[in-house]
Write a protein that binds this ligand. Sequence first.
Ligand code: UT7
Length: 349
Amino acid sequence: MQRTKIAGIGKFLPEKVVTNNDLTKVMETSDEWIQERTGIKERRYAKRFEDTTTTMGAEAAKIAMERAGVGPADIDFIIFATLSPDYYFPGCGVLLQRLLGMNEIGALDIRNQCSGFIYGMSVADQFIKTGMYKNILLVGSETHSYALDFSTRGRNVSVIFGDGAGAVVLQPSAREGQGILSTHLHSNGQEAELLSMPNPGFHAGRFWPEKKPAQPDGEFGGMFITEEIIRTDDLYPNMDGPAVFKKAVIKFPEVVMEALEKNNLSTSDINMLIPHQANLRIAQFVQQKLRLRDDQVHNNIQQYGNTTAASVPIALCEAWELGKIKDDDLVCLAAFGSGFTWGSALLRW
Ligand code: UT7
């Protein structure tokens, strides 16, 4: 069967660098704490009132398309992964279609947080393998900095995240052996609230009684953004960091091994592992568990923080730009995050 290749890849990081010391000016934290617990030294923040999730995605997409030798008119499907969309609806996919002046092609938004790019790659792979589409633009983009709690209360979450975008153009491969070998997707919603942002939601209290807002007066409406939510400042992401950490270090290696076993390969065959950049300590733990050498893993959380759906394409693009990925290399992408959802993709470059 026809395989799917990455024909072009691009990334966009906003210029504004925010160091750990910059954050100490607005909350009780320290460069030492952040580096020791996460490995992060700095992150990028979008240009306020200018960069958006869609515009940054478009910048990454332009580079990916140029490198693939295609233009907006050649793209026949858009997949956009983000947890920080410009609008509650419609999704960023259609905003990107408009911004890049594309044809009236399909646009699909993916709400899978950290694993969104891997999920998107799996969906694109099915469309290409069956011959339905020939040029799919897959984007992961985030503007976390617009909606984090920058008070000390939110410090366990806000110091981690950064803004940025990555994109790939996926096409059928003509070269023997090249392309996506397999993708592996998983979810377990048992502990969905451990890493979540329930508001604004249409009925957060139904599943999370402690978060149940005061009952609104009247027979209709009033349950979406209540006064209680605004009064209690309950509009930020929640994370039980240690619980997420413990799950991540199990599921990351598991899903990498699943991909290798499916293809009768072993960890020594991996030329480059690109783990979702959640925390350098998680990536190091995974590397150790899989007994991978330093040159088999690429991390860049130190410079960009955790950019959720954008982190895998940004790191993949950077590794490729640095010459760390060459033709025929075996590349493994893996992610774990909110949901929980996790997945991997194994590809021959
Ligand atoms: O990509 C999405 C998936 N997300 C993840 O994979 C995140 C996984 N989890 C983590 O990366 C880590 O759990 C964190 C980096 C979020 C937190 O590190 P930790 O070593 O698990 O720290 P902790 O949450 O257990 O907190 C330890 C202490 C607490 O103080 P006390 O109770 O011991 O006095 C926190 O209040 O560190 C405190 N703390 C901070 N101190 C300074 C939490 N955040 C900060 C901060 N600066 N930013």
